[in-house]
Design a binder for this molecule. Structure first.
Ligand code: TEU
Ligand code: CA
Length: 535
């Protein structure tokens, strides 16, 4: 199904495979489970699935520690299950994006086994080894998951670097042979038909070649803290190499996770697009995920984000993923949390750039509250109760009101959210005014109208009195989107003339016509109108 640029028009849906649908009752979501739910995804109208890692893994970090890049973990199925998913998804017009986790492997990967077997092993230099300095760790680099980033290997008497768990040793991207193996592995999946990759922590691949210690600072969010172990400028040479591999194939895409502290760095994220054509197709900027609920703040985020995107590059937008609390909970609306989530949904699906949805977001799923003994995420286990980790946003998808919300016939690996009786796919499909149907309607409208997917965005009200309004335009199509982030009624006026009609709204059930863009928005109203003629 080649069609270049499909990813600019499409909506991408992230599936955390452990939690989507379990087909064999072992409590763990799997590939066959996803294949069975393709009907649902087709109905919803998404264009592609980004699948969090499904390769073999000892699961210290639930798949983000890969021990074999060429296979599928038995708990998720087999290679032929994967091929079946690919084939059936493609037949329904849905593309598959794999997670490419290549900053590190599992410590059980055969490359690391070889590398750590002896100082003169063939793959010694595929990982990052260092002698002690003054009898200690070579420098002050810290693991993102706590403690020093260096682990002592008593067998070969050197330290190895791990930016995450010690079970996730970092690959040495400066080694050309290692890179060739990654490229070969990418071709293996591209030849099988996958439509692209999401690159895990792409800004961490390259470390300082002199292993200088990071500047000492007591400010927890100081970017200087990671001056030498992340965001090294040389990384771009290797991203260009990687892009060239993907470009050997038709209509494939890449999206990079650019993870920084402080969170969200639009300039850095955009730098991974290169000149717009020679690095990644898209990169995440997480700024919005860390902003409090406010029209002005949201506006400023996207404004800065668009400003950084190179002329021939393309933005993508995201509000939730498997590492962050669920959007609906983050917006902290209390009794209005669902209303806020609806405004956020229309915002995400109408601003310029490819939207990424996280499974369950379309139902308005919230964080699940978990007890200490239910936590399995290594981060949550380590930092409880100060930080409870990421499990709260990884609980099973809610399909219906039956046992385990229809996720599994066995005991789910994480508890099912207690809201499931009301908040589930089956109930929401039937309810015309549900969150799910709002997402579906908006996705359908977005697909139908070029102005809403690839059109220019022209801001009109930039957060004044907590209202955001903008036009989207392409050819002779013009849309006007008005979002009331506040809990109060707001009357707005936009100067544009013409005849307009309501196409979608969280509040207006009648397809009203307007002859001027003066309207009173209900609290938390989100309305999309289209120009239907001249005045
Ligand atoms: O995430 C990168 C990352 O830095 C986050 O794990 C972050 O530190 C954490 O969420 C705290 O908010 C990627 C993956 O998305 C994540 O799931 C993996 O655990 C990590 O890389 C290692 O592969
Ligand atoms: Ca299973």
């Amino acid at each position: 199904m080649p069609q270049r640029g499909w990813w600019k028009r499409g909506v991408i849906y992230q599936i955390y495979p452990r939690s989507f649908r379990d087909s064999n009752g072992d409590g763990i979501g799997d590939i066959r489970g996803i294949t069975r739910k393709l009907d649902y995804l087709t109905w919803l109208g998404i264009d592609a699935i980004w699948l969090s890692p499904v390769n073999p893994s000892p699961m210290y970090d639930f798949g983000y520690d890969i021990s074999d890049y060429y296979d599928i973990d038995p708990c998720y199925g087999t290679l032929s299950d994967f091929d079946e998913l690919l084939e059936k998804a493609h037949a329904s017009g849905i593309r598959i994006i794999m997670d490419l986790v290549v900053n590190h492997t599992s410590h059980l990967h055969k490359w690391f086994k070889d590398s750590s077997s002896a100082r003169d092993s063939r793959r010694r230099d595929w990982y990052i080894w260092h002698d002690p300095v003054k009898g200690r760790e070579p420098n002050n680099w810290k693991s993102a998951f706590g403690g020093s980033a260096w682990e002592w290997d008593p067998h070969t008497e050197q330290y190895y670097l791990h930016s995450f768990l010690k079970e996730q040793p970092d690959l040495n991207w400066r080694n050309p042979e290692m890179r060739k193996s990654i490229h070969k592995m990418m071709r293996f999946w591209l030849n099988r038909g996958v439509d692209g990759f999401r690159l895990d922590v792409v800004n961490w691949f390259i470390k300082d070649d002199r292993f200088r210690s990071n500047p000492f600072t007591i400010k927890p969010l100081d970017p200087e803290k990671h001056k030498y172990d992340r965001n090294r400028p040389e990384v771009h040479d290797y991203i260009k190499e990687l892009r060239a591999v993907v470009d050997e194939y038709d209509a494939r895409m890449t999206v990079g996770e650019v993870f920084t502290l402080p969170p969200g760095n639009p300039e850095l994220s955009a730098s991974f697009l290169g000149n717009g054509e020679d690095e990644l197709h898209m990169a995440f900027d997480f700024s919005i995920m860390y902003r409090f609920w406010s029209a002005r703040r949201f506006y400023n985020c996207v404004k800065r984000w668009y400003r950084e995107i190179p002329h021939s590059g393309w933005p993508c937008n995201v509000q939730s993923n498997h590492d962050q609390p669920r959007g609906r909970s983050r917006y902290m609306g209390g009794v209005n949390s669902e209303k806020r989530a609806r405004v956020a949904a229309i915002f995400l699906l109408t601003i310029k750039g490819t939207p990424f949805l996280y499974y369950g977001e379309e139902l308005g799923m919230k964080n699940t509250s978990l007890r200490r003994n239910e936590i399995v995420d290594p981060l949550g286990k380590r930092y409880w109760p100060v930080y409870r980790g990421r499990d709260c946003a990884r609980t099973p998808m809610l399909w219906n009101s039956k046992t385990n919300a229809g996720f599994s016939d066995g005991r789910p690996w994480l508890p099912v959210d207690s809201d499931y009786k009301k908040l589930n796919v089956k109930a929401q499909r039937k309810d015309r005014y549900s969150m799910l149907n709002l997402y579906r309607e908006m996705i359908t409208l977005r697909k139908k109208h070029p102005a809403l997917n690839r059109g220019e965005i022209i801001p009109e009200i930039k957060g004044f009195k907590n209202v955001l309004a903008y036009f989207r335009q392409e050819g002779d199509e013009t849309f006007f989107i008005a979002l009331n982030f506040s809990g109060k009624e707001r009357t707005i006026h936009a100067g544009e003339r013409g005849q307009w009609r309501v196409m979608l709204s969280t509040h207006r059930t009648i397809r009203e016509h307007f002859t001027s863009l003066t309207m009173t928005l209900a609290p938390y109203e989100a309305t999309v109108v289209m120009r239907i003629g001249e005045l």
